[in-house]
Design a protein around this ligand. Structure first.
Ligand code: 9UX
Length: 72
């Protein structure tokens, strides 16, 4: 099972920020692949919904100092 979640990311001020968020998301159990676009201020996550929720992903991003707002 695999779903895709898209986020608007608030608070990135340099390209390394994008890498930090990407690494943080990719380390989470249930995340298969996360990519962050610094210029567009967006992130896209392929994940297993039986292992992780969108809210848990947002929380993990908030913990390192950014805001991840799920797109609808
Ligand atoms: Mo450089 Mo981006 O310290 O926070 S990683 S501005």
């Amino acid at each position: 099972e695999s779903e895709k979640a898209d986020f608007n990311l608030v608070g990135m001020t340099c390209a390394a920020c994008a890498n930090r968020i990407e690494k943080t998301l990719n380390k989470l159990d249930g995340v298969k692949n996360a990519t962050v676009n610094f210029a567009l201020e967006t992130g896209s996550v392929e994940y297993n919904p039986s292992e992780i929720s969108i809210q848990e992903m947002s929380k993990a991003v908030e913990k390192i100092g950014y805001q991840a707002i799920p797109k609808q």
